[in-house]
Design a protein around this ligand. Structure first.
Ligand code: TXA
Ligand code: MG
Length: 337
């Protein structure tokens, strides 16, 4: 299959929508990361998404809508709190897990009786959903296990020859995937995957926000993942990633002891002064770090890094999302200074 590259012109947006309407799989831009889009109600198209990614069949896809008001068509029940959250955060990087109805096939929901609903804010993505007239199922557009793609070039690298087209809508603004939440009670939500809609922001609308334990540590044997995605190794480049929590001085000491061929550091902007080892930087604050993390992990692979020591981000705000992706990329290997 030849994968064509589309632009964000009105004509190409229509072409992408038409392909999706006809059951094809298209790489599409969103404000978080690029997705692999297909008609969420077309079982064959959804199967093609799983096949292109090499994704386990029990890991559900998020369904993207043009407007939250359409969520009622695909769900059995929407709690009042979900409407309040939608008012504040939709469109945007928030996915709400709700009880699905029969319009969403079991393939799409990975066999679960719930569906993750998201209303993306990227104008091109919005246009594609509207013009296709379909709810669009879209996982991140990477090969399963690799870092998520934050530009069209990354998608082409992973998906060339596997899907019909990729639409280039520019670099993804946030750089990490959406915040995924479920509803524990009338006024409490649970974060299943942290993202740019932070715990602090959700607390402006909910009485309580529970951080699911699987966000920060490995599931113990026999412990069940609330979100199937949490049990798979994720975001891992080929290099061995080691996360280091603590001050810069201690970090430098660790590198001086472990330096060697193929060893790299991924540090904060501002750390590079008097840093005499091979390194990349990934931003000065949590938002920048979210934006650059996946791009840097891909670059480190490209130059053949074998071992990468990463300065751990803060765990508040969007930093929690960065920390969560990194600890998974590191296979939970953390050095605490
Ligand atoms: O920002 C995003 O969410 C991107 C863009 C393309 O929208 N999509 C994305 O999809 O990251 P994906 O499939 O790579 O990650 C979806 C995550 C997985 O960890 C999955 O297990 C979880 O959300 N998820 C999806 N539906 C769920 C459900 N019904 N219950 C629990 N977890 C769910
Ligand atoms: Mg993904």
């Amino acid at each position: 299959m030849e994968t064509i590259l589309l632009s964000d012109s009105a004509e190409d947006v229509s072409a992408a929508a038409e392909l999706i309407k006809n059951g094809e799989v298209v790489g599409i831009p969103t404000e978080t990361v690029y997705g692999l889009g297909a008609d969420a109600c077309n079982e064959a198209a959804v199967r093609a998404v799983f096949a292109a990614k090499g994704r386990p069949a029990d890991n559900p896809l998020i369904v993207h809508l043009a407007d939250f008001s359409q969520a009622a068509h695909y769900t059995l029940f929407i709690p009042p709190l979900a409407y309040k959250l939608a008012e504040r955060f939709c469109p945007g990087p928030l996915t709400m897990v709700l009880p699905k109805n029969e319009k969403i096939p079991m393939v799409t929901s990975g066999g679960l009786d719930t569906v993750g609903i998201r209303v993306p804010s990227h104008p091109v993505m919005h246009g594609i959903i509207e013009r296709s007239g379909c709810p669009i199922a879209a996982p991140s557009a990477n090969i399963s296990g690799l870092p998520s793609p934050t530009c069209a070039e990354h998608v082409m690298k992973d998906m060339n020859g596997r899907i019909s087209a990729v639409l280039d809508g520019g670099d993804s603004k946030f750089g990490v995937e959406s915040t995924v939440i479920s509803f524990d009670s009338d006024d409490t939500v649970r974060i299943l995957r942290p993202g740019a809609v932070t715990r602090e922001m959700l607390l402006g609308v909910c009485r309580e926000v529970v951080i699911d334990p699987a966000i920060l540590r490995e599931l113990k044997e026999g412990e069940k993942a609330v979100s199937p995605g949490m049990k798979y190794k994720h975001y891992s480049p080929k290099a061995d990633i080691i996360m280091v929590e603590g001050e810069l001085e201690g970090f430098k000491e660790i590198i001086s002891r472990n330096n060697g061929e193929g060893v790299y550091s991924l540090i904060f902007d501002g750390d590079e002064k008097d840093f005499p080892y091979r390194h990349f930087t990934y931003g000065a604050d949590s938002s920048e770090q979210a934006h650059w993390l996946f791009q840097r992990l891909r670059e480190l692979d490209e130059i053949g890094a074998k071992k990468v020591y990463v300065r751990a981000p803060l765990k508040d705000g969007v930093g929690l999302a960065v920390y969560n992706r990194l600890i998974r990329a590191a296979g939970f290997e953390v050095i605490r200074i």
